[in-house]
Ligand binder design. Structure first.
Ligand code: KIV
Ligand code: NA
Length: 268
């Protein structure tokens, strides 16, 4: 069976079927998501999840490409979308195209994602017209942590609501294949998702159930992350399970129960 494409996201929306997405940066984990997700995002949150960074700002194009290659090898069906890291697309449309082209050429992924609204509409159009499907990302945009003054829920106050709707409209009209709405209060998320001029499917993360789809960071929803925002539901308890398994392994090595006969090579 063929891999889903950026165009299938619009099809899901047209059919009134919710779009299911998760992040992944690891081949085996991505393989487990493949049958269940419409798209898998190789998010720059991998800088925090995998590398222990305090923010996504230090993440490089090389880091994104390496993990996107892993996710592509581990999957066959889901669309793979790759985040453009901070500093790889903001300077100009040409810079953005060069970075996106490296991602598509070196990984085989089917779309890129960039953070920002109206001020990146030209970039979204430039890339889309040149064969690069682009997913937008507005609201709480972690690459702008310094100008946002921290991780803050967006869309509070009349100005916030109006600006976010303008952002969504601008990148939808520029041809974005979908728009991630992150950390946005429900009334504003509802206004964006319901606006007729916002034709691009909306993918929520902390943006209420009104969106056309939902995404979470895999490690957060599996219960592997230590601290998570309010919008995360833990669908698993991996942290506890891994702790128990590693504790048992350590005990068995220390008391000589592991390796046992079953794990030991005999003479033939
Ligand atoms: O990097 C990431 O994981 C993301 C999602 C939270 C949408 O951008
Ligand atoms: Na991201």
């Amino acid at each position: 069976s063929r891999r889903l494409t950026a165009l299938d996201l619009a099809r899901r929306k047209a059919e009134g079927r919710k779009i299911v997405a998760l992040t992944a940066c690891h081949a085996q984990m991505a393989g487990l998501l493949d049958a269940h997700c419409d798209f898998i995002l190789v998010g720059d949150s991998l800088g925090m999840v995998m590398h222990g960074l305090d923010s996504t700002l230090p993440v490089t194009l090389e880091m994104m490409i390496l993990q996107a290659q892993a996710v592509m090898r581990g999957t066959a069906r889901a669309l793979v979308v790759v985040d453009m890291p901070f500093g790889s697309y903001e300077a100009s449309r040409e810079q953005a195209f060069a970075s996106a082209a490296r991602i598509l050429k070196e990984t085989g992924a089917g779309a890129v994602k960039l953070e920002g609204g109206a001020r990146f509409a030209e970039t979204v159009a430039f890339l889309t017209q040149r064969g690069v499907p682009v997913m937008g990302h507005i609201g709480l945009t972690p690459q702008s942590i310094h100008t946002m003054g921290g991780f803050r829920v967006q869309g509070k106050g009349p100005d916030g609501a109006r600006l976010l709707l303008e952002d969504a409209r601008a990148i939808s009209e520029a041809g974005a294949c979908a728009i991630v709405l992150e950390g946005i209060v429900e009334p504003v998320a509802r206004a964006i998702a319901g606006a007729p001029e916002v034709t691009a499917p909306t993918i929520g993360i902390g943006a209420s159930p009104v969106c056309d789809g939902q995404i979470l960071v895999l490690e957060d929803m599996l219960g592997l992350s230590e601290r998570t925002p309010k919008f995360v539901k833990r669908f698993g308890t991996l942290r506890t399970q891994i702790d128990a398994a590693v504790r048992l392994y350590a005990e068995e090595v220390r008391d000589g129960r592991f390796p046992g006969d079953a794990q030991t090579y005999g003479e033939r």
